[in-house]
Design a protein around this ligand. Structure first.
Ligand SMILES: C[S@@+](CC[C@H](N)C(=O)[O-])C[C@H]1O[C@@H](n2cnc3c(N)ncnc32)[C@H](O)[C@@H]1O
Length: 372
């Protein structure tokens, strides 16, 4: 195949020129020559060697270099691709080596072929699953395995977020990588609180899932004195325990030495609304995380008593609220703080992401002081 040999620095210019003239050969790419020049593949309609248009550049004959596909759809049979052109999934999510994808009904007959194409394109993926929606009280995804690289269909896998490792299992426990920025914000808040109190803090994370917030907090030297973490979903608590053990082992103090043991270091599988009935937990925390977005506000009266009294403490939570009801939501949060015997120093609420046309997913943060 004819190739135009161009100095490396001019590659982009000549590629664009040949593309605009429709002289580029299809299904093949640019190669690097021994002298450092780049070889641009040309089709039969490109002018002959020596034409003035090439400005004296040499033409050479090379074998066409196979172009590596840049998208999984390029591994599909072209006829099959065109048959469902508009319906192939445009996006997918990965958790560790598990790929999760929502499918249009029209794609189901070709779902396995699609999953094989994804495995071919994405070497870090082991298992491709169709997402059939959330189910049950713990809002866990119903996943249907479509294709596996090694025959295993276990959805337990490990992810890395903001530098820490977490075991997750998308078919058993809720986890959203899209909220990783929230964990960074939680860490920033915890650091401000620790500076304000001038000591390490104790956090309560009663809706912890696999523990992503704990990952962010435990990674910060000297920040935490202790924690109460838990979830009502037993599968979540299994993964949470494993993650906390690993995160705690890696902890360092501010000098980079092995950090002192955390106290408390409670992991519980129980309804968060019952935690404050336990005298050892009541009034024991400086920072309270409330992440049950559909019910966070209703749960506040039950969990606020976990915060220490007669000092500044922080409530940080997430909720799904009607767009027009954000002020009403703030009022409900303030009411719950007053009912708990508290005074609000500041209360912020902002949208993190859209949830539906009428609802938004918000984060709220209140700096408060509960009286004795
Ligand atoms: C939205 S998820 C948040 C998980 C985790 N904090 C995260 O950011 O990935 C809510 C979690 O609360 C748990 N949950 C639901 N009801 C609960 C309750 N009454 N008490 C404690 N945990 C509960 C669910 O199992 C789920 O893991």
């Amino acid at each position: 195949m004819r190739h135009l040999s161009v100095p490396s620095a001019q590659t982009q210019h000549w590629l664009e020129f040949c593309r605009s003239e429709k002289w580029l050969a299809e299904h093949t790419g640019v190669s690097t020559l021994d002298d450092g020049n780049k070889a641009i593949p040309l089709n039969d309609s490109a002018p002959a060697d020596g034409d003035a248009v090439w400005m004296g550049l040499a033409m050479i004959i090379l074998e066409a270099k196979a172009k590596t596909p840049s998208h999984w759809t390029e591994h599909l049979d072209p006829e099959l691709y065109l048959l469902h052109k508009e319906d192939w999934p445009k996006a997918y999510e990965t958790q560790g080596d598990v790929l999760i994808v929502k499918l249009e009904d029209s794609i189901w007959d070709a779902a396995e072929t699609m999953a094989d194409a994804m495995l071919t394109q994405l070497p870090s993926v082991r298992l491709v699953c169709a997402d059939l929606g959330v189910q049950g009280d713990f809002r866990v995804r119903n996943l249907h395995p479509l294709a596996s690289r090694d025959g295993t269909v276990d959805t337990r896998t490990r992810i890395k977020e903001n530098g820490y490792l977490l075991w997750v299992d998308p078919s058993k426990v809720y986890f959203s990588a899209r909220l990783s920025n929230e964990r960074i914000e939680t860490l920033a808040t915890a650091k401000r609180l620790s500076e304000r109190l001038n000591r390490g803090i104790v956090v309560a994370d009663p809706y912890a899932g696999v523990g992503p917030s704990m990952g962010a907090l435990l990674g910060e030297p000297g920040l935490l004195d202790g924690y109460h973490a838990g979830d009502l979903n037993p599968d979540a608590v299994d993964l949470l325990s494993e993650n906390l053990t690993h995160l705690a082992q890696k902890r360092k103090d501010v000098n980079g030495d092995v950090a002192p043991l955390l106290h408390p270091s409670t992991v519980v599988c129980s309804d968060a609304t019952t935690w404050a009935l336990d005298e050892s937990m009541k009034g024991s925390c400086d920072l309270l995380l409330v992440n049950l977005p559909h019910d966070s506000i209703e749960h506040l009266p039950h969990v606020l008593p976990l915060l220490r009294r007669n000092q500044t403490s922080v409530l940080r939570g997430w909720a799904i609220v009607e767009r027009a009801q954000e002020e009403e939501c703030k009022r409900l949060i303030e009411d719950a703080i007053i009912q708990a015997g508290g005074r609000t120093e500041s209360l912020g609420l902002h949208e993190v992401k859209g949830f539906s046309a009428s609802k938004s997913f918000v984060c709220f943060e209140a700096w408060i002081e509960l009286a004795e």
